[in-house]
Design a protein around this ligand. Structure first.
Ligand code: SF4
Length: 258
């Protein structure tokens, strides 16, 4: 072998491990690369799923036109009653809550009343809304804080509401938006989570993350009404098990239409 040939062979041999390592690296990179979430729902010839949907203005306009009378479906006559009704509405229908609060609000007029009766009595009074033990605990804790720190009045800030027992962002947003007209964000309940995913306004599942995204997308002036529109849509048309896509005013903007 001539010295020149020897040199080329040595070079080739030296390159081999480097090539092998690069190949290995590329394979590993491919393997760790996140596979994008597949949209398994059929879009039935509808718009491609792009998050956030470019149709937000159309969706807002259509919802506003479709549900001009949308409102909170819980019955209440004061911020305090709305707070109690919203606590009771966890894992319960508004219809059931309204049945319970009809007699509850006649018996318990203010925060002190919920603390004066024995725990078992309050539990019994709200039993049919489900999770009555934890709801009783939350109601009593909220009432105690309202009396101790807020002179018996429901506070008007997210921070203070969150500090009441068992009051999360959803309940606080319901009270702030509907009772005080000062929404701190979009209410995210099960309908809002489900339908906003369907409409590609978000691809999050966690309510806090969804709220954060919607607060950026939805203009502040619609923060209170947007969830009502979506909830009404979820109850009347885009039902979880049987969405009525053929009768849906959002059909043209929905990438998961059936
Ligand atoms: S009813 Fe159908 S078309 Fe309308 S939002 Fe729901 S999935 Fe989309």
């Amino acid at each position: 072998m001539t010295p020149a040939k020897k040199k080329t062979t040595a070079k080739r041999l030296a390159k081999k491990p480097a090539k092998k390592a690069a190949k290995k690296k590329a394979t590993a990179k491919r393997a760790t690369k996140k596979t994008p979430k597949r949209n398994t729902a059929t879009n039935n010839g509808g718009p491609r799923r792009k998050v956030p949907s470019p149709y937000l203005p159309e969706i807002l306009e259509t919802l506003a036109k479709t549900y001009p009378d949308a409102h909170c479906e819980l019955d209440y006559t004061s911020p305090f009653e709305l707070l109690i009704a919203t606590i009771l509405s966890a894992q319960c229908t508004d219809v059931r809550v309204n049945i319970v609060t009809k007699t509850l609000f006649a018996k318990y007029r203010g925060p002190a009343d919920y603390l004066e009766v024995p725990v078992e009595e309050l539990e019994e009074d709200i039993r049919t809304t489900g999770f009555f033990r934890s709801k009783t605990k939350n109601i009593r804790s909220a009432c105690q804080t309202i009396l101790d720190k807020h002179d018996g009045e429901v506070p008007e800030t997210m921070e203070e509401l969150n500090a009441l027992g068992g009051v999360g962002r959803k309940t606080a947003n319901v009270v702030l938006g509907n009772a005080f007209g000062k929404p701190a964000g979009v209410v995210v309940d099960t309908h809002v989570r489900r339908i906003c995913n369907k409409l590609a306004l978000t691809n999050q599942e966690d309510p806090v993350k969804i709220e954060r995204e919607l607060n950026k997308l939805v203009p502040e002036e619609h923060w209170t009404m947007f969830p009502h529109w979506v909830i009404w849509h979820g109850r009347r048309v885009c039902k979880a098990r049987t969405p009525q896509c053929d009768d849906c005013t959002l059909y043209a903007y929905c990438p998961t239409r059936a």
